[in-house]
Design a binder for this molecule. Sequence first.
Ligand code: HEC
Length: 139
Amino acid sequence: MKFGSRRYIFLILVMVFIHCSPSKSSSPDDEGIIVLAWLQQQSITSRENSIYDCSDSDGRFQTMLDSGPREVCTQCHNEELRVNDFVITNYRMVQSRTIPGYPSQSLIYLKITEGSMRNYANSSIQKGIYCWIWNGSLN
Ligand code: HEC
């Protein structure tokens, strides 16, 4: 969080610098584009400090499912039963229960670590889901 707020101070300084730049080479439109590009880059690179070593995770949805959910969670969250209207093999449904880059703030990770799904999740599933979200909840 501290690191995050320092980034925003940096962003404000960059905006002031662009705005006050004597060359006036950039129009207000350019400023918007520069700030947008900066924010877009932040959304990819900003994430919490990982509690796991995720270097062996490729960040793909199918790889996450292979860590255990495909076998365990599908007992209830499959296409037919759709328990709680949640299907674990449906990327959109699972992705919407995450904050990409922030597993410890994501509903699905909280559910399998301290919530009502924790008894179904072993350590492989917990790490698989953690690293998938940490890598950006990609498809
Ligand atoms: C024996 C059946 C069963 C299994 C196995 C199971 N769940 Fe669930 N799940 C439920 C039920 C029932 C609910 C709704 C009640 C609740 O939230 O506790 C639920 C709710 C959820 C929710 C909340 C869905 C929403 O609406 O946001 C998530 C996320 C979830 N489960 C993930 C998992 C994961 C991940 C696994 C595998 C590790 C798993 N579940 C295994 C029965 C199951």
